[in-house]
Design a protein around this ligand. Structure first.
Ligand code: NAD
Length: 427
């Protein structure tokens, strides 16, 4: 069987449609199904602010290199801006804007009192030493200091950044403010105000939503086969939980390819990306390509690696009966149309992987209240929030006879529009 050449991870639409184009198209589509003041939609097409900063750092060899950083803040009608920071060579201004819009919808579908933001630095983090990464992060924090804050804009980890990056930002911000301010970022290590369960949260929400959608379509979880693309933070946690809850996880993959066992894999024995990066196929010669994984004859397919993997080229070959989006933007719009025509339900990213931002919200609550929650409480509250959001989206599916994606956008956009209507336009 074929093996995929390893590819650099690029998460969001690029080859097919930019994140901004997708976000604007999805906004227009959702708006067309709702009776919303067109002036509000016009406002939502544009970010509130885009900050572009120059970030000079001294490299280990004594030379100075200058990087470009962005922070796009889309909409804050429901609360402070919230969203990740990525370090990746492909970061662009438009990508940050598009992703910040998705964050606005994601927070709204979960009814979290945050708006949407996204930012990053145009850099390949693999080319930096740890000391250089720390200097870059601290200088970037300084450059965006005036536009972030626990009540203003709260960054979180994303591609190329992690809990350590967040700890540096929290320290840099706190030093400048003269007071320890853990609520300025989420996704920190628990020892400096991070939340238990944050790492696992997006995968846990994907598993919860998979369980719910299976129940919706009268499919007992213990009679359900699942294929998961990507065995990282999202895919790895989702696969392990679904396995624990009785589903048969028959295929998982990483950038090197997939392992497939029709009778069910021993998921717990496969090292996660964090434990041992890219080790999924290490102990087998029988490797499927990532493309082959996507078209396996399974009940549920969970693309949880990168964006734009289900395209017009393979949408007709998908054999899964249900798709749950673990990654951000894994389905192109063309593929979405084909899957709708084929009546294959696709539960969208803004609902399925929203456990990440939900536990970030819990982290922020713990930080501003100076009171840590136990892992049990985090998971219990996450379960409750996911169930509530699921019920609201399901209600729209049932009452309007729309797709799961449209239903999630309808829930989100209705809340945002109502908030804009209520607050009005200043001055
Ligand atoms: P990760 O880096 O932990 O894991 C990514 C996994 O995908 C790894 O197993 C990697 O080997 C695999 N992979 C990378 N490139 C691939 C390719 N070209 N083909 C197939 N597999 C490939 O990343 P993650 O945090 O799990 O994120 C995965 C997706 O979920 C991304 O789209 C991300 O934006 C989204 N997401 C992440 C979070 C979060 O908090 N981690 C929250 C919401 C959404």
């Amino acid at each position: 069987m074929a093996t995929n050449p390893p590819q650099e991870q690029t998460t969001e639409p690029g080859e097919f449609e930019s994140a901004l184009e997708t976000a604007r198209r999805q906004l227009a589509h959702a708006a067309s199904q709702l009776d919303i003041d067109s002036n509000i939609i016009e406002r939502l097409k544009h970010p509130a602010k885009i900050h572009e900063v120059t970030v000079p750092i001294e490299r280990d060899d004594g030379t100075v290199e200058v990087f470009t950083g962005y922070r796009a803040q889309h909409d804050s009608v429901r609360g402070p801006f919230k969203g990740g920071l990525r370090y990746h060579p492909g970061v662009t201004r438009d990508e940050c804007v598009g992703l910040s819009m998705w964050m606005t919808w994601k927070c709204a579908v979960m009814d979290i009192p945050f708006g949407g933001a996204k930012g990053g630095i145009v850099v390949n983090p693999k080319t930096l030493s740890e000391a250089e990464t720390e200097r870059l992060t601290r200088r970037f924090s300084q450059e965006i200091r005036d536009v972030i804050g626990p009540n203003r804009d709260i960054p979180a980890p994303d591609m190329g950044t992690n809990a350590q990056t967040m700890a540096w930002i929290m320290d840099a911000y706190s030093m400048q403010k003269g007071e320890t301010t853990p609520g300025v970022v989420t996704g920190k290590p628990p020892v400096v105000g991070g939340s238990y369960g944050r790492d696992e949260a997006p995968g846990r929400s994907v598993a919860i939503i998979t369980r719910e959608v299976c129940e919706y379509y009268d499919r007992p979880l213990d009679e359900t086969t699942v294929a998961v693309q990507g065995f990282g933070s999202v895919g790895g946690s989702a696969a392990r939980l679904l396995d624990e809850w009785g589903a048969s996880v028959v295929a998982v993959s990483d950038v090197n390819g997939a392992v497939y066992e029709p009778d069910g894999l021993d998921v717990a024995a496969i090292p996660s990306h964090k434990e041992e990066p890219e080790a999924v196929t290490r102990n087998t010669d029988d490797v499927l390509s990532n493309e082959e994984l996507l078209t396996l004859d399974v009940d549920v397919l969970i693309p949880a690696a990168i964006g734009n993997v289900i395209t017009e080229a393979n949408a007709n070959d998908i054999q899964a009966e249900i798709i749950v989006e673990g990654a951000n933007g894994p389905t192109t719009s063309g593929a979405d149309a084909t899957l709708t025509e084929r009546e294959i339900p696709v539960v969208p990213d803004i609902l399925a992987n929203a456990g990440g931002v939900t536990v970030s919200y819990f982290e922020w609550l713990q930080d501003i209240n100076r009171r840590a929650w136990s892992l049990e409480k985090v998971n219990e509250e996450l379960e409750h929030e996911m169930q509530t959001a699921w019920n609201e989206v399901r209600h729209e599916v049932d009452s309007r006879d729309v797709t799961w994606r449209d239903a999630a956008y309808i829930v989100a956009l209705s809340r945002i529009a109502e908030a804009h209507q209520s607050r009005g336009l200043w001055p």
